[in-house]
Design a protein around this ligand. Structure first.
Ligand code: ADP
Ligand code: ASP
Ligand code: MG
Length: 414
């Protein structure tokens, strides 16, 4: 790369590019970084609510939009941002070129709306960088072997950024967003949430998977796999952000660290319960195999056995998949002999996360106690080594986050 300086990838999210003035401000930040001759790749999201608006538009045209057409439609949002960013850089006398995901060589699987990157052919990017240009790549987009445009799933521009950083051996990937870093809970819900200066991949991945939308989970997964440091910071200020990196690189003393590191919540939760299913082998497979084939990801699963040899089987999914999941469950239900199917679409998930929890007892009791005292009913509980998740009524989700933040004293310094 030019002058032997290490490559940097900078990603700007939708709210950071919501207006022409914000695009110009982001371009000034990029130009500052590139002015020393440092090679820079910029990954952009669609402006503001563009993606939501395009989805709404498609739904006004038809109640069942075609998957392929939908991805091509949604990809236009990122293309608008990338071209405008290039123009804003030209205006600052900074050579720059915008590339679509396909032009940037980002190949993907053919799973529309949640495609996965299979490999990156970065020749075009490398050529442009050698010519001293800032290369702007549309986030969220991939291209299949037969040249169809795909998208990587909501929030997927983070994954584009980290994937490019890994493929081109960047020094690090910087994610610029509308908050100053990673907080102990969503700062819009918990006003006294604390920004953490660093966090390991494993904890960040749990938080992201459990609803902290500040990072796309697949971006964190890739970061961990390739050991790529990710800095999350504000695009509106120069305040130091949060570094996501390996545990071995963490500066904080391991043993002194708080055992609960953060709280995540997700309000996009629906539940299906198969009531009084005869308790025999094969029941779970009969339900979850067709759901997997329909590309519906099932989240929390809970089974409660009654004394009469039947069991209630509950699982959660996103609200958008409820209709399709009910169709599938109804078609399977007679085969496995369920009495009835019960559904709810007004739920949320609240989780406490921390690697320290595995070696210290009492976290579950403290969590359930705090929720009980606030009269918040827990529908389903699920746990792993480093997290405890409760499914609660959506109307109480934000209360639950604030109560747990307080109960685990996350507003205090370690
Ligand atoms: P972008 O458009 O930049 O990709 P997102 O809206 O996807 O931004 O993510 C940023 C938002 O994530 C913040 O505005 C914040 O409300 C939310 N968020 C949720 N949990 C956290 C957390 N633990 N730390 C920081 N932000 C969080
Ligand atoms: N524009 C896409 C979305 O809104 C991708 C992204 O912003 O990361 O989900
Ligand atoms: Mg995002």
């Amino acid at each position: 790369m030019s002058d032997g300086q290490a490559l940097l990838v900078q990603k700007y999210g939708g709210s950071s590019l919501a207006t022409a003035e914000r695009i110009r401000a982001a371009a000034r930040r990029v130009a500052r970084t590139a002015s020393s001759g440092r090679p820079v790749i910029v990954v952009v999201s669609a402006m503001g609510d563009t993606t939501d608006n395009l989805i709404e538009l498609a739904c006004q045209v038809t109640s069942r939009p075609d998957n392929r057409e939908m991805d091509l439609l949604l990809s236009t949002g990122e293309t608008v941002s990338a071209t405008l960013m290039a123009m804003a850089l030209h205006d600052l006398q900074q050579p720059a070129v915008s590339l679509t995901g396909a032009q940037a060589g980002i190949r993907s699987t053919r799973v529309f709306s949640s495609a996965r990157i299979t490999d990156i052919h970065p020749e075009r990017i490398s050529t442009e960088l050698r010519h001293g240009k800032v290369v702007i790549v549309t986030g969220f987009q991939g291209v299949t072997e037969d040249q169809d445009i795909t998208t990587l799933g909501r929030g997927g521009s983070d994954t584009t950024a980290v994937a490019l950083a890994c493929a081109l051996d960047a020094e690090r990937c910087e994610i610029y967003t509308d908050v100053e870093g990673i907080y102990t809970a969503d700062p819009r819900v918990v006003p006294n949430a604390r920004k953490v200066s660093e966090i390991g991949y494993e904890e960040m991945l749990e938080l992201a998977q459990l609803g902290a939308r500040v990072m796309h989970p697949r971006a964190v997964e890739l970061g961990e796999l390739y050991d790529m440091p990710i800095l999350v910071a504000s695009s509106f200020s120069d305040v130091a952000g949060t570094l996501i990196h390996r545990y071995g690189d963490l500066q904080m003393p391991m043993e002194i660290r708080k055992n609960v590191r953060g709280i995540a919540h997700d309000t996009d939760v629906a539940r299906i319960t198969l009531v009084r299913v005869p308790d025999r082998p094969g029941v779970a497979a009969a339900i979850f195999e067709p759901l997997a084939q329909a590309n519906i990801s099932v989240d929390t699963i809970a089974q409660s056995s009654g004394a009469d040899g039947t069991t209630d089987l509950s699982f959660t999914i996103s609200r958008g998949s409820l209709e399709r999941a009910v169709e599938i469950t109804e078609s399977v239900s007679p085969k496995i002999g369920a009495d009835s199917i019960d559904t709810a679409d007004d739920l949320a998930k609240v989780s406490i996360v921390g690697t320290g929890m595995q070696s210290a007892p009492g976290y579950a009791a403290r969590m359930f106690g705090a929720l009980a005292r606030a009269g918040i009913n827990i529908n389903i509980i699920s746990t792993s080594d480093i997290r405890i998740t409760c499914v609660v009524p959506r109307a109480r989700a934000e209360d639950a986050v604030r109560i747990l933040h307080q109960a685990f004293e996350l507003d205090r310094e370690d």
